[in-house]
Design a protein around this ligand. Sequence first.
Ligand code: ZN
Ligand code: ZN
Length: 202
Amino acid sequence: MRRPVDEVLAAGRAVDWSKLGERPLCDACLGRLFGKVGHGHTNEERGRAIREVAGRAAGPCWVCAGLTARYDALADLVARKLEPWEYDTFRVGSRIDPEVSAREESLWSDLALPAPEPLKAEVNREVGKRVCEAVGKEPDLAAPDIVAVLDPAFDHVDLQVNPLYLRGRYRRLARGVPQTRWPCRRCMGKGCARCGGTGKVY
Ligand SMILES: [Zn+2]
Ligand SMILES: [Zn+2]
């Protein structure tokens, strides 16, 4: 029986890995080189599967410099930015450093890859998935109430709010109200990494 990663492995065997040279990649960036091959895996899973085929050890990533390991933290950042707003649907977008994009595009051409996925698409999906879990709202790629545009290089989030939603939807917090702790929405109060095990967040 064919395993789901078999087509990814086959695509990996077709590549001349000597062309990669001395450019270590993390699992996600390695897997993303085959990001449009096969369905139902994350790029990190693709990368783990393909690492042996590529004959490459993991190392400080030449493409993303650790960005793909920060999706949980970046999702927290987005979730906090969304916190004061009332909305039903959202989408996560991102700005990727042009130098990072240039590095990954140089790999696509050096390795002659037919079906890579850009880092931007992975960031939007992976952070979007985590935000969706954290805030309990639906992603809507076509016409969301709010688009959260993440700039991972600066840990910055800009919100673009659908004008139809601007009218009176912003819950202005009254001045002088003491900071309240809320049950952590990721673990529902049980305690997890996001809330430092306390089950509560500010
Ligand atoms: Zn990477
Ligand atoms: Zn928690």
